[in-house]
Design a protein around this ligand. Structure first.
Ligand code: AMP
Length: 481
């Protein structure tokens, strides 16, 4: 018998909110965690975003807060959720509002990079649920604008990431200020010894739930690999995004990862030069800029987002069809986090890695630690010649002297310069037209076509239609790397 949310013991108002969200079946972490949390036990959850963990802790907490029915405390909160990034905090707060819609609970969030004065004002009368990044919370506590004496439930979300980001000092200051009698939940994607230590210190006789070990996410994602030189990556990316070098899957939203903020900006700038709109999201962007980039990505207005690892943590956007690892992460767990941005809530996804010679060690580490299996894809024909004609940097242009042509601007100029990499179907159809699948090339979307031109061109209908075809080995260039 399939477990339903009713079976898990949730209240009517929460069930009604779930109904509105259209959730019918609890995910594995929800099935495991909800009954335990409703009993009031502490919990150590090993789960990544994408597994439904926000609802797993938010739904029973909403019910427990309703049941206890304490007053909203002045300058304090009843449930405190600490999250490592602004984006994640924003998403958790939104979920809390959605799930708690019928429960009449007040939800607020406070994150760095916004006005402290406004946060002070909005928390003056207290709130039921507060989602915060640790730094901003400490600011308010230091200013005596907020206290933690009202907290009944504490959630530490993405605890491993909080530690990676150096929030341990903040946690050490925050946790002792909480009432000793409370329910504490700790979620982490990985279980290094530092997390074990944290749970030993902060949790009391916790229940353990664990879903999606590293390899499981990797299994749901079809993973591809280009071995490509560092100076060829931009050209390859452009060809892929413009549909001139076909990769599996139908483009819907494409999340591109770089290791550095500067790298992210550079990719965006160069894409703009060839007419592909993209936004960057990283720590140097202001909060409104980050929010706008996310909104435009969500609405698929600008369906190409270039992100650093930290900024992308907690990005939960349904319909990320492709994750492109423009640069490989030097920490294998980050790779799992990255590709987990696609394949959300049970869907399949596609991850494409660009690996340069000097990243081979990272690739080896990823393979060893995550069981990732890559299908190697061939580079475009005559690729080196194409690279020479695409996007030389200013310095390269200077070095090469006046003979170097300026970057081709329009599609036609680019087509002329690229020759053999051109998709024959596109030549006939012109830019921006849908092109049929190349003969013999199996596609995840069953050949339904994908937007021609750059991904902003045409929107595809419902990206969820990809078939659950695993690497079948039938693809051209499908040798295992
Ligand atoms: P999370 O792991 O909390 O980031 O959730 C991942 C995504 O799954 C979010 O978009 C949720 O809205 C969605 N989700 C969570 N629980 C369910 C469910 N039971 N059924 C369908 N979608 C869900």
């Amino acid at each position: 018998m399939t477990t339903t949310f009713e079976h898990l013991g949730l209240s009517q108002p929460v069930l009604a909110a779930l109904d509105m969200k259209g959730y019918n079946t609890p995910t594995p972490i929800q099935q495991q965690a909800i009954p335990t949390l409703l009993e009031g036990r502490d919990l150590l959850g090993i789960a990544q975003t994408g597994t439904g963990k926000t609802a797993a802790f938010m739904l029973p907490s909403i019910d427990r807060l309703r049941e206890a029915d304490n007053q909203t405390p002045f300058k304090s909160c009843r449930m405190l959720v600490l999250a490592p990034t602004r984006e994640l905090a924003g998403q958790i707060a939104q979920s809390a509002k959605d799930y708690g819609a019928m429960a009449g609970l007040k939800v607020q969030s406070i994150v760095g990079g916004t006005s402290v004065g406004k946060d002070r004002n909005k928390l003056h009368r207290g709130t039921d649920i507060l989602v915060a990044t640790p730094g901003r919370l400490l600011d308010l506590i230091d200013q005596k604008a907020f206290k933690l004496n009202g907290v009944e439930i504490l959630v530490l979300d993405e605890a491993d990431q909080m530690l990676d980001l150096g929030f341990i000092h903040a946690l050490r200051q925050i946790v002792p200020l909480l009432p000793a009698e409370r329910q504490t939940l700790l979620f982490s994607a990985t279980m290094p010894s530092s997390i074990k230590e944290l749970s030993k210190n902060y949790l009391t006789n916790p229940a353990h739930v664990s879903v999606t070990p590293a390899a499981t996410t990797a299994e749901r994602v079809d993973q591809y690999l280009f071995m490509v030189q560092q100076d060829e990556k931009q050209a390859l990316l452009e060809l892929i995004l413009k549909g001139r070098h076909e990769v599996p899957g139908k483009f819907e939203r494409i999340l591109i990862f770089t290791r550095t903020k500067h790298g992210a900006d550079r990719v965006v700038k160069k894409l703009a030069q060839v007419g592909v709109a993209a936004n960057a999201i990283h720590g140097n962007k202001s909060q409104p800029q980050r929010q706008r980039a996310l909104d435009e990505f969500k609405r698929a207005k600008v369906p190409v987002l270039v992100a650093t690892d930290v900024a992308a943590r907690g990005i939960d956007i349904p319909g990320v069809s492709h994750v492109i690892n423009y640069e490989l992460p030097n920490v294998p767990e980050q790779y799992v986090h990255r590709i987990g941005r696609t394949a959300r809530a049970g869907a399949d996804g596609i991850a494409i890695a660009f690996c340069a010679e000097d990243e081979r060690a990272y690739l080896k580490d990823i393979r060893k630690n995550t069981d990732a299996e890559f299908e190697r894809l061939p580079l475009p024909d005559n690729f080196r010649a194409v690279v020479e004609g695409v996007g030389p940097t200013k310095r390269e242009q200077k070095q090469r002297g006046p003979k170097v042509r300026a970057k081709p601007r329009g599609d036609s100029a680019r087509r002329d310069s690229r020759g053999p990499v051109e998709n024959p179907a596109k030549k006939a159809g012109g830019p921006g037209k849908k092109h049929p699948n190349r003969a013999g090339k199996p596609r995840r979307d069953g050949g339904a076509g994908r937007p021609g031109g750059h991904p902003g061109g045409q929107r595809s209908a419902g990206g969820g239609g990809s078939s659950r075809r695993r690497r079948s080995g039938g693809r051209p260039g499908g040798s295992r790397a």
